[in-house]
Design a protein around this ligand. Structure first.
Ligand SMILES: Nc1nc2c(ncn2[C@@H]2O[C@H](COP(=O)(O)OP(=O)(O)OP(=O)(O)O)[C@@H](O)[C@H]2O)c(=O)[nH]1
Ligand SMILES: [Mg+2]
Length: 474
């Protein structure tokens, strides 16, 4: 993949479809020359000779006689994203215009870029290491504030800085151990076993803390799930439609209407979540009906229960007109201990004084929202509550902590394991010399694992996996 780095690539780097702004990006030695074939400056300057870091107004030509207003942004090598000559042509976000210009540029010799190829050039030119490349991919996919902050931390190299510091300490230590090997005849001790244990212990501790406390970026990339749970007919599907503003779920007075798990994205303060609606749960005496039963109702409930285990938040929907206190108690007993909030539904069917009394009965550590999905009462404040519960909790940790991809975690773990073995070797030995060869092997392995992390040693397969997460134009 990306074997050719010195030709000129082109792509539309704005999102697909119609938009306010459309961007065509070129990178490579022919970028400015090719751009000159489709762009003319208003002030008569020649594009191919423009210096870097300029914004010039002009026209973008789809054909010899048809043009639209546009701007060119110039970046000369090496002061550009890819470290090559880069030029961006910004115009209206019309797929027809962008398509016509792209066609002219490729006919003139530019090659259509593959997904992630601009960032790959930044990586291969040394402008960016692999953890930062992953940061770019994560930013492209970020769907809420915490994901964005975590991805930015990666992009700005916080993980590479930290792992490079650790690697430096190991490289210094390895130099001393190798000196023991090289000068084994001399009666000089370059490093004591205690010193090795101390350095290795300190680095291991840092690695362990990263491995155990950094949240997984893969987890951050999926939308948090929020599930509506309650008895059949409680009003879950009606609430889902009211929250999302879509007629996604069938709602009916017949209990047992919803069978499969339905999902729809929902925008809440702080980001986006996936809202789930499933079959109502028959929580009579605190037990579900037999999961093995073949009846579709039982199967639907089993499916609902399984999805519930992996959701990030549960909204317990209890019908204000159907003994809500008893229902809530049985639901609480039967459900997994997730962050929850309670919705007292069908508020339009009860008198305000009765609702106050019921809400008071239900109130406890879990917030209670009085909602009428049909009248629209309480729906907005429920949406705010979801945002608070899902995103506010992760805010501080995402801002302070680094997130790790599975690949990065794997590299850190290999380094940690090698250091554990090194420490073992040193614990009972009288001098470093007596175990120097084996120690050097383990320390070197830890250094290699940390080099893999930042991509100093990167395999074709690894690069393929990372860059496949990009879209064209990035
Ligand atoms: N008056 C009133 N009726 C509602 C409200 N919400 C739901 N209903 C009615 O309650 C009945 C059940 O609503 P659904 O949304 O289908 O209930 P559900 O919890 O999804 O039911 P299952 O899918 O069977 O578990 C329907 O007749 C709805 O019109 C509400 O806020 N006010
Ligand atoms: Mg339903």
């Amino acid at each position: 993949m990306f074997h050719q780095l010195d030709d000129t690539i082109v792509a539309v780097s704005s999102p697909a479809g119609t938009g306010v702004r459309g961007i065509i990006r070129l990178s490579g030695p022919g970028a400015f020359g090719l751009a000159a074939g489709v762009f003319t400056c208003d002030d008569g300057c020649f594009v191919a000779e423009l210096p870097g870091h300029r914004r010039v107004a002009g026209r973008l030509w789809m054909e010899a006689t048809v043009s639209v207003p546009a701007e060119a942004y110039t970046f000369r090598a090496p002061a550009s994203y890819t470290h090559q000559d880069v030029i961006e042509l910004h115009t209206i976000g019309s797929p027809a215009v962008l398509g016509a210009v792209l066609e002219r540029l490729t006919s003139a010799g530019a090659r259509l870029a593959e997904p992630g190829e601009f960032t790959a050039r930044a990586f291969f030119s040394g402008a960016m290491d692999l953890t930062r490349v992953e940061g770019v991919a994560a930013i492209i996919h970020a769907r809420n504030d915490s994901q964005l902050r975590a991805s930015e931390a990666l992009l700005h190299g916080r993980l590479s800085r930290r792992s490079n510091e650790l690697r430096e300490q190991l490289v210094d230590l390895l130099a001393l151990i190798e000196a023991e090997i090289d000068f084994s005849e001399e009666a000089v001790e370059f490093v004591t076993p205690q010193r090795v244990v101390e350095v290795v212990g300190r680095v291991s501790e840092e690695l362990a803390s990263l491995i155990h406390h950094a949240p997984s970026i893969e987890r951050l990339e999926t939308l948090p799930e929020v599930m509506l749970a309650g008895r059949p007919n409680a009003g879950k599907s009606t609430l889902m439609n009211a929250l999302t503003g879509m007629d996604r779920a069938i709602q009916s007075a017949m209990p047992g209407t919803t069978r499969d798990v339905l999902s729809a994205p929902l925008s809440v303060p702080g980001g986006e979540v996936m809202l789930l609606d499933a079959a109502g749960l028959d929580v009579g005496a605190g037990a579900f009906i037999d999961e093995k039963a073949r009846h579709p109702d039982a199967q639907a409930q089993a499916v609902a229960r399984r999805s519930m285990l992996r959701t990030d938040m549960l909204i317990l929907v209890v019908d204000a007109t159907d003994s809500p206190r008893k229902t809530l108690e049985s639901l609480r007993r039967a459900l997994p201990p997730h962050p929850m909030c309670v919705v007292l539904s069908k508020a339009d069917l009860a008198l305000p004084a009765e609702l106050d009394r019921l809400a008071g009965q239900l109130r406890g550590p879990t917030p209670v929202h009085v909602v009428s999905a049909i009248a629209g009462q309480g729906v907005d404040s429920l949406r705010d509550e979801i945002g608070r519960a899902v995103f506010a909790a992760g805010e501080s940790s995402a801002a302070e902590l680094l997130t790790l991809s599975d690949r990065q975690r794997q590299s850190l773990r290999s380094a940690y394991d090698a250091l554990r073995r090194a420490r073992h070797l040193c614990e009972d030995c009288p001098s470093v010399m007596s175990a120097a060869e084996l120690l050097a092997v383990e320390i070197r392995e830890a250094i290699t694992a940390l080099s893999l992390l930042v991509g100093e040693v990167a395999t074709e397969e690894l690069l393929g996996r990372i860059f496949s997460r990009f879209c064209i134009g990035k």
